[in-house]
Design a protein around this ligand. Structure first.
Ligand code: HEM
Length: 462
């Protein structure tokens, strides 16, 4: 049938029982070293191909026929194909365009320099508040709660047009639901491949939990929409995603795609996709700073030399190439989504000479690409300088793809880099980050690869 090579699996279960549940990305990477840059296997009933080469991923993900989402129970069953992350076809196309438009409008993309000032202000306010709160701590701490509040507040401002104080019960509840939801999705993993498992008590409980969390957050979004409705000014451009969507409902000719069901899912997607990934990256970044004091010192020296005592601005990004490179190196060495976010074929396609059937799940194996020793010398070593060119400017090789590539590439890359840059530069301006015992750089795999909870020391430099 001209399918790619790959390992045999068991009847019904396919290769699932042989994946290391604690590190599926490593099992898949080992297979890629054996079978090559494209191989196929069955995960339950889902036929899957795994790509572990940057050029192959780029050419695959540039095809229209590969813009589908993997046929998984969570994306298609629980999310029902709504929102942006799980949508396909016209729903996806229309909302991707809409999302790109409002991100440009809010200054969250490189091509929107004019509007970036107000967004910078929002981020700097939260960074400032965050470093002050961390500065008040006397003991080693896990900065998770402080960073979550700060980055969460940036996203809340952008998406809902409001923020909450750090001890507000609604905000604590929203963060908790988000966190537990992410864990539950991890537990529910096998359901993706065997939807019938939802009739088994252990899994039916998880499904109920996820659906319940979804309905309750949607209830909150409904209230936020009603509050925001009063703030919409007909003659002003929208200030947040809620206002942008409310305006679009009135002006669009694609009314059937701008329903309230879609509204709630889209808010959840932008908020969730923006918060979890950026927060996890920043946590890894601080851990690597603690684990590599010499590199931290060099970055701090750059920050001090360029910024002195003033807050960073967007124009500083190219002026601090080592700081920028350290963010990229963190994203390489600890891919937030090591297995990548899979796509699906909407029709039969030909890929690298193989016939890939319609409905195949296509995995862009970020871990294999980012840890390939033939591309990255000593890939296990944290070395930001691999992202500097001969002129010592920041440069991204094409094999670096934390945001993936092609038609469905992350729409929040510029925003994520802005947030990560402002936080990293400001934290290093104010503190020396020191280990408090061994730094655990292994992490835990769920939907994302996250650091284990652990304390580090923030030693004030003042
Ligand atoms: C370090 C931070 C981030 C990382 C590593 C990251 C990574 C990714 C990846 C790998 C994808 C899948 C792309 C694909 O399917 O080919 C994605 C999609 C997406 N990201 Fe991000 N992301 C980050 C930050 C953000 C932010 C700040 C936002 C908020 C605007 C965001 C919004 C989205 C959305 C809405 C999608 C779905 C796009 C689509 O399906 O068309 N992300 N992201």
């Amino acid at each position: 049938k001209n399918l790619p090579p790959g390992p045999w699996g068991l009847p019904v279960l396919g290769y699932l029982p042989f994946l290391d549940p604690k590190a599926p990305h490593e099992t898949l990477t080992t297979l890629s070293r054996k079978y090559g840059k494209i191989y196929g296997l069955h995960l339950g009933s889902v036929y899957t191909i795994v790509l572990s080469d940057a050029t192959a991923i780029s050419s695959a993900f540039s095809m229209d026929k590969l813009t589908g989402r993997a046929p998984l129970y969570l994306t298609h069953g629980i999310m029902g194909g709504y929102g942006l992350i799980c949508a396909e076809g016209s729903m996806w196309r229309i909302h991707r365009k809409f999302a790109a438009k409002f991100l440009r409008l809010f200054g969250a993309t490189k091509s929107a320099r004019a509007a970036t000032d107000s967004l910078t202000e929002v981020i700097i306010r939260e960074v400032h508040d965050c470093v002050n709160v961390i500065g008040d701590e006397c003991e080693p701490i896990d900065p998770l709660a402080h960073l979550q509040h700060a980055i969460g507040s940036v996203m809340c401002q952008l998406v809902f047009g409001k923020t909450w104080s750090r001890d507000d019960p609604t905000w604590l509840w929203l963060q908790h639901t988000q966190e537990e939801g992410t864990k539950a999705i991890g537990v529910a993993g096998p359901l993706n491949f065997f939807p019938f498992l939802r009739y088994i008590p252990r899994f039916s409980k998880v499904v109920r939990f996820l659906l319940d969390g979804k309905h309750k957050t949607h209830q909150l979004y409904r209230e936020l929409i009603e509050q925001e409705r009063k703030n919409v000014q007909a003659d002003e451009s929208p200030q947040n995603v809620i206002q942008a969507f409310l305006r679009e409902i009135n002006t669009t000719s694609d009314k059937e795609y701008f329903t309230f069901q879609q509204f709630y899912h889209l808010l959840a997607d932008i908020f969730g996709a923006g918060l979890d990934t950026t927060l996890t990256t920043l946590r890894w970044q601080l851990l690597y700073m603690a684990a590599c004091p010499k590199i931290q010192g060099e970055i701090r020296e750059e920050v001090d030399r360029v910024l002195q005592d003033r807050p960073p601005t967007i124009e500083d990004i190219p002026l601090l190439p080592l700081t920028r490179a350290s963010i990229a190196e963190t994203q390489r060495i600890r891919s937030v989504v090591p297995v990548g976010i899979p796509h699906a074929t909407l029709d039969e396609v030909n890929l690298l000479g193989y016939r890939i059937p319609k409905g195949t799940m296509v995995v862009p194996l970020q871990w294999a690409v980012h840890m390939d020793p033939t591309i990255w010398e000593k890939p296990d070593e944290f070395n930001p300088r691999r992202f500097l060119n001969e002129e010592q400017r920041f440069a991204k090789p094409k094999q670096f793809m934390p945001f993936q590539t092609g038609k469905r590439m992350c729409i929040g890359e510029d925003l994520a880099i802005m947030i990560l840059f402002f936080f990293t530069a400001s934290i290093l301006q104010r503190f020396e980050i020191c280990a408090s015992g061994d730094v655990d750089l292994v992490g835990e795999i769920g939907i994302t690869l996250t650091p284990r909870k652990q304390a580090i020391r923030f030693v004030s430099r003042r």
